[in-house]
Ligand binder design. Structure first.
Ligand code: ASP
Length: 448
């Protein structure tokens, strides 16, 4: 049995948390590959080290004094290091690295990423020092030495597929390996980070590369729930969910795991388990390729706001060849991506996330479509939410949509649009954002 374990920011936020992760790793010899985030929040109003590093970078770029941010970052590590009674050489090296950032070339495309990556990198060094001091045969391995080669896309790196062979070499090392998450190196040796929350991706990549049996992702919750606990207090926990179901849930609001982190583990068919550093004996939620037991038609309900639709109607639209292509090209030309496209005989709606829209894009899209397609009706509608009913089990059940629609109508929620893909593991309802919570509550009570 071989396990990759990833500890998120809250699991390395303080000396006490780091002692917990040591116990977790030591308790199970299969936990040989350890990925760590940067120290996160200790209390809800605390600041993550990564956010302090962003402030540090901004001060440096704008020529302001970097003293306060440097001190705040060094103080976070120093406090942990002191409480763990680490050799002072460890902290001297960390402080040196933090200060050294303010000598980097301000014009270099990868300088921002190098600042950010320092959070994880120094944390991994500190954790490795503590594990070694506590008697575990440990080695810090940089992402470069681990073979994590990435594309040259600052803040949004993608793994180069040839990395996997190099990562597999980690199996040859006898020690427990501590690897910083969140970043890799480009072919030209520049540090390049994944998107925010990207240590989850690093863990999944290492799991696929070393061909682990399990990827354990430790966070500060006992796994995931069937619905957002802010909408339904104490909802039903999910003990098993498939990768496909998880993707649907993550897409529409479940934020426990970075959605890009699912791909490497899924391709390598490695199950993931979400566990709690503060309650490690809890079994957590397993993300699996196929369900191992009988499932209910719906495993979870997710929702997310911030959507708009472009609605277009034209009489006899169905007879015009190339209409859809012309319509979508207006979006493509502006680099605006779309999320869904429900259609009727004479109408098409395009659902877009507001963050990719903006007044100027809207005007340009409306002008272009009016000019090229001569529609009867053309408008944007805003303040919409999607509510997603997710479960592979719905394929084998008749009446899931009927039950959902009845629950929504009983709660006086108007369904603006409705769509279910041919794969039948999710049904999407578009509702007005003011109705989002009401819709989720109605659906939860209908299915759980
Ligand atoms: N420290 C990074 C962030 O805050 C990456 C991570 O925690 O996964 O986004």
């Amino acid at each position: 049995m071989k396990k990759v374990v990833k500890f998120g920011g809250s699991s390395v936020a303080s000396a006490d948390q780091i002692k917990k992760i040591f116990d977790i790793v030591q308790m199970d010899p299969a936990r040989k590959f350890v990925i760590v985030s940067a120290p996160g929040k200790r209390t809800p109003d605390d600041t993550k080290v990564t956010d302090l590093l962003i402030a540090y970078y901004k001060a440096y770029q704008s020529g302001k004094s970097v003293r306060d941010t440097q001190d705040a970052i060094v103080a976070r590590y120093a406090e942990i290091s002191e409480e763990l009674a680490l050799d002072s050489a460890v902290m001297r090296e960390i402080a040196y690295h933090i200060h050294e950032l303010a000598t980097l070339d301000k014009t270099d495309t990868f300088t921002y990423d190098t600042f950010l990556a320092a959070g994880e990198n120094n944390c991994a060094k500190l954790v490795a020092a503590f594990f070694a001091q506590s008697g575990l045969d440990t080695r810090y391995v940089s992402p470069k030495d681990a073979g994590i080669l990435v594309s040259e896309e600052p803040g949004n790196a993608r793994l180069l597929p040839e990395s996997y062979e190099a990562i597999n070499y980690l199996n040859e090392l006898p020690e427990t390996l501590i690897i910083p998450g969140f970043f890799g190196v480009t072919k030209k040796d520049a540090i390049c980070t994944f998107s925010r929350g990207g240590s989850d991706i690093s863990g999944s990549i290492i799991a696929a590369g070393v061909k682990a049996d399990l990827y354990e992702n430790f966070t500060d919750v006992d796994g995931i729930f069937a619905v957002n606990p802010k909408i339904i207090p104490h909802p039903q926990p999910i003990d098993e969910v498939t990768f496909r179901e998880m993707r649907e849930l993550a897409y529409s609001g479940f934020s426990v795991l970075h959605d890009e982190a699912l791909v490497p583990a899924l391709r390598a068919k490695i199950p993931i388990v979400i566990k709690n550093t503060n309650n490690p004996t809890h079994p957590g939620t397993r993300i699996v390729v196929e369900h191992t037991k009988n499932v209910t038609p719906v495993v979870g309900i997710a929702s997310d706001g911030g959507f708009s639709t472009l609605n277009l109607s034209k009489y006899l639209l169905n007879r015009e060849v190339g209409f859809g292509r012309k319509m979508l090209s207006a979006f493509e030309e502006l680099g605006v991506r779309f999320e869904h496209m429900p259609t009727g005989i004479d109408d098409i709606s395009i659902i877009i996330r507001d963050v990719f829209l903006g007044k100027e894009n809207e005007r340009a899209i409306l002008n272009k479509l009016a000019e090229t397609l001569h529609p009867d009706v053309l408008n944007f509608e805003h303040q919409l939410s999607i509510v997603m009913l997710v479960g592979e089990g719905m394929r084998a059940h008749i009446g899931v949509t009927a039950r959902a629609a009845k629950a929504l109508s009983d709660s006086r929620v108007n369904i603006k649009m409705l769509s279910q893909g041919a794969s039948e593991y999710a049904i999407m309802f578009v509702v007005k954002s003011v109705d989002e919570e009401k819709a989720v509550q109605a659906l939860y009570h209908a299915f759980f």
